[in-house]
Design a protein around this ligand. Structure first.
Ligand SMILES: Cc1ncc(COP(=O)(O)O)c(C=O)c1O
Length: 356
């Protein structure tokens, strides 16, 4: 059986040494030493120079970002993302206004953003799909012109750079996910990145119930903290991330060399800075995709329709607007198995089944 993903696991001894420390201290959560260590190590690893806040998942990170930037009313967003991007907007009492995507990158199409801006638009929430950056310059120019805040859902972006800088440097806030299925994970986890000190201050209060000391509250907050156990997994994993990223690149390039001539894949914005986190292929039609998926399933090779469905078709967002590119892409995309322990032999087996 070849699953679509398998979490990277560090050597047991490395994780257990950290867990022994946790047992000895008997300090399990609430800004413990391992959480603090992780918060200083991740920005160093990423060469990220702004403010970094570790939280308990990537969805709460988006929700805190929307709250911290005080977004209300309409938020321009992409229909081609994981459901958490859209559900967070609705959860925060705002309205997602979907703008179609570019076919090649599957990222939000900046040329279509301005036409969707209304008097109640306060922000743009865009996803760097598959870890491949959006057109951040075009989006920044539109945001500046219309006085909008920008949040990037950078859940797929661990290790991605753009023009030599961490992709997390872009936007008013970038959020990410450290879920077990991501390139870098802490079992469950997520983070917010911002270059603005005042915003970071707000985020840090908001993720801890709004606490300002034991008995004082700065404002409204939520429980966005993460635990020492999760941080231990993150610290143990981080040591191996250099190798994981290198191997992922080789695996991704193998798929492209084998399948690139036969299938439409991803147009990379900046190949040098890509983290190679996902390998999608696009079929000519949904019928073709379903037939191939069945064949792969029958051979115990599990690919994922990711992202499917297009988020403008959810029962709580549905409008009459058709977003042609996103709907077509989501109906015809399969992401292929990609994880550290995936052998070259199994990659060739996957390729053979896809080309059969
Ligand atoms: C694009 C995107 N946004 C948000 C999330 C939510 O992250 P989490 O699962 O950590 O809440 C995910 C992950 O599943 C994702 O892929």
């Amino acid at each position: 059986m070849i699953p679509v993903t398998k979490p990277f696991l560090p050597p047991k001894a490395e994780l257990y040494a950290l867990l022994d420390e946790v047992y000895d201290r008997n300090w399990l959560t609430n800004s413990g030493p391992l959480v603090n260590l992780l918060e200083s190590e991740i920005p160093k690893f990423l060469n990220y120079n702004g403010h970094f806040s570790y939280v308990n998942n990537g969805t709460i990170a988006i929700q805190i970002a929307i709250k911290a930037l005080e977004l209300t009313g309409d938020i321009i967003t992409t229909p081609f993302s994981y459901v958490a991007t859209t559900s967070s907007i609705v959860w925060e009492g705002c309205k997602p206004v979907f703008v179609d995507i570019e076919e090649g990158s599957c990222n939000i199409d900046p040329r279509k953003i301005e036409a969707a801006i209304t008097p109640t638009t306060t922000g743009i929430l865009a996803t760097h799909v598959y870890g491949n950056p959006c057109d951040v310059e075009a989006i920044a120019a539109i945001a500046k012109k219309h006085n909008l805040k920008v949040i990037y859902d950078a859940a797929h972006c661990f290790g991605t750079t753009y023009k030599g800088k961490s992709i997390f440097e872009y936007g008013d806030i970038s959020t990410t996910s450290f879920h077990a299925t991501k390139l870098f994970h802490t079992v469950e986890g997520g983070a917010l990145f911002t270059n603005t000190k005042a915003v970071a201050h707000k985020i840090n209060y908001m993720r801890n119930f709004g606490h300002n000391g034991q008995e004082d509250f700065w404002g409204i907050g939520i429980n966005g903290k993460n635990s020492e156990f999760h941080a231990a997994m993150g610290i143990a994993n981080l040591k191996h991330m250099g190798q994981v990223l290198e191997k992922r690149k080789a695996q991704w390039l193998l798929y492209r060399a084998q399948l690139g001539k036969h299938y439409d894949t991803l147009d990379l914005i900046d190949e040098t800075g890509f983290n190679y986190s996902y390998f999608p292929i696009f079929f000519k039609s949904e019928k073709d995709l379903l037939a191939k998926k069945k064949l792969l399933d029958d051979n115990h090779i599990y690919c994922r329709r990711y992202f499917y469905p297009s988020l403008n078709t959810l029962n709580y967002t549905k409008t009459d607007t058709i977003l042609e590119v996103s709907e077509q892409r989501s109906k015809t995309v399969l992401t292929l198995p990609l994880y550290d322990k995936l052998s070259e032999e199994n990659q060739f087996l996957i390729v053979k089944n896809i080309l059969s």
